[in-house]
Design a protein around this ligand. Structure first.
Ligand code: SF4
Length: 287
């Protein structure tokens, strides 16, 4: 059955209608404005380090350039949490940049210079866009586009900085970086030729912070390379990866995923052994 693109909008209007006080109506209307103002974009057809530890099918859909779910309005609270996450990233990045002015041993490196250094070593990473502290990077070797939070030198050692904000309960229990975040660290390490990653986790509630140094070993880098090669093999052989239902919570491809139905796991070796799919030639008259 086709999705109704107005279903979510109707729900937000009903929320205002159901509100009992003017204050509640105001909040419901404000939430609708936040939801409607959210700009959605289709991510570029590339490997995303943040999805590397996630669902293969989701990453495959990104590589296909499939549009995200239509008619689904994100919750207003989810949008504003993302906004405060972005604000916190910025402030923490500025704090790192400022540190040397107070004699604190943190040096902020110029990421473009770092990308040039990596390029000279044969790593094909470039900075595609720079917007304030936000850097959009592209790596040709792994067909990957990603955002880098920064590169720092701390106590004489160079680190890729990765900032994460998270809710208090999760933060409180945290004793190490999340496994899926470590995949991200491995990818950044490959893309900049820097083996140290400094994870900075911040509690969204009281802004307490925890830092973890991760040293990316060759074994780990190889595991990341294998994962990327596996995803790209699914794409090249035009095979749809199976669903990974434990990873669906924040996925924005639920409608397309449902339509694709269930598929089977194929190992990298099985995919490589398959013939290349035939690409139909498009004739001049379009037939
Ligand atoms: S809905 Fe779930 S199984 Fe489907 S692509 Fe998204 S994360 Fe994967």
């Amino acid at each position: 059955m086709a999705e109704n693109p107005y279903k979510d909008l109707l729900k937000t209007i009903q929320a205002t209608e159901k509100a009992k006080t003017v204050g509640e109506q105001f909040v419901a209307d404000l939430n609708r404005s936040i939801q409607l103002g959210k700009k959605e974009h289709t991510p570029s057809k590339s490997v995303k380090p943040s999805s590397l530890g996630g669902c293969f099918r989701e990453q495959w859909l990104i590589l296909q350039g499939v549009e995200r779910d239509v008619g689904v309005l994100e919750k207003a609270e989810d949008i504003t949490i993302q906004q405060s996450g972005n604000d916190r990233h910025n402030r923490l990045q500025y704090a790192c940049q400022d540190a040397k002015n107070y004699g604190v041993d943190i040096i902020w490196c110029d990421p473009e210079e770092e990308a040039r250094r990596a390029y000279a070593q044969g790593i094909k990473t470039i900075i595609k866009r720079r917007d304030g502290n936000e850097l959009l990077c592209w790596n040709e070797d792994y067909e990957s586009s990603f955002k880098c939070d920064g590169i720092i030198i701390y106590k004489g050692l160079k680190y890729i900085l990765e900032i994460k904000t998270e809710e208090y309960g999760k933060f409180n229990c945290r004793v190490s970086p999340e496994i899926k975040h470590e995949f991200q660290a491995g990818m950044y390490s490959l893309c900049f030729g820097i083996d140290r990653v400094m994870f900075l986790y911040e509690d969204r509630n009281l802004t307490f912070r925890k830092g973890y140094e991760v040293i990316v070993t060759d074994t780990y880098k190889n595991a990341v390379k294998e994962r990327i090669a596996h995803i790209l093999a699914y794409r090249d052989k035009n095979k749809i990866p199976p669903k990974e239902k434990t990873k669906c919570t924040y996925c924005k491809y639920k409608q397309t995923c449902k339509k694709l139905g269930d598929t089977f796991v194929l190992s990298y070796e099985e995919l490589i052994a398959l013939p290349m799919p035939v690409v139909e030639e498009v004739k001049q008259d379009g037939k």
